[in-house]
Design a protein. Structure first.
Length: 185
């Protein structure tokens, strides 16, 4: 296993070409996809687009990407966490997607905090950002508990807007100086 990072309860590793089933199962749950696309991701899209893009990112942006998350105690796949490049130098976007069975156990906050720390230490970033739909209160709570601070509400025009899109998207962020000063949650 190509371990990227470990937390108290999680092991984050690089995805491999053999991980199609994990992603298909994760994206098949309509509740998991509720604030993302509103519907399951088709298997052929995961095979031909999603997973190849995940694998390519490891090469094009060393240290960044989407990482499979497993419970240390059981080895069970719980979802993924990611640090993605943005158009702004020194800034990365943190995100996650967890199986419904892993919700409410603190994994989202634990993994997000670990990636924020990774961004500022090992990767030398100056800012970490995250966004979600304004109505996605659970993810907003995770962002705040992870140390990210509310920045703004913004609106995006979607071809097929999801229910709640009319309330906009929210951005949260944390800069290195605030993090260094202990401004984490």
């Amino acid at each position: 296993m190509d371990t990227y990072l470990e937390t108290g309860r999680l092991v984050l590793r690089r995805f491999t070409a053999g991980d199609v089933e994990l992603l298909v199962e994760l994206d098949a749950d309509p509740e998991v996809m509720r604030y993302l696309t509103g519907e399951p991701t088709p298997r052929d899209e995961i095979e031909r687009k999603v997973l190849p893009e995940i694998l390519a990112r490891y090469e094009t942006h060393p240290g960044l990407g989407t990482f499979a998350a497993h419970e240390k105690s059981s080895g069970r796949f719980v979802g993924w966490f990611g640090l993605q490049p943005t158009g702004e130098a020194g800034t990365v976007d943190v995100g996650y997607r967890l199986n419904r069975a892993a919700w409410g156990q603190g994994y989202a906050t634990e993994g997000t905090r670990a990636l924020i720390d990774q961004a500022f230490t090992a990767l030398g970033m100056t800012r970490v950002v995250a966004d979600t739909m304004a109505v996605n209160t659970r993810s907003r709570r995770v962002m705040a508990k992870s140390g990210l601070r509310f920045v703004r509400v913004f609106h995006v025009d979607f071809d097929e807007p999801l229910p709640g899109t009319e309330y906009g998207e929210v951005e949260y962020a944390l800069d290195r100086s605030t993090w260094e000063a202990g401004g984490r949650a």
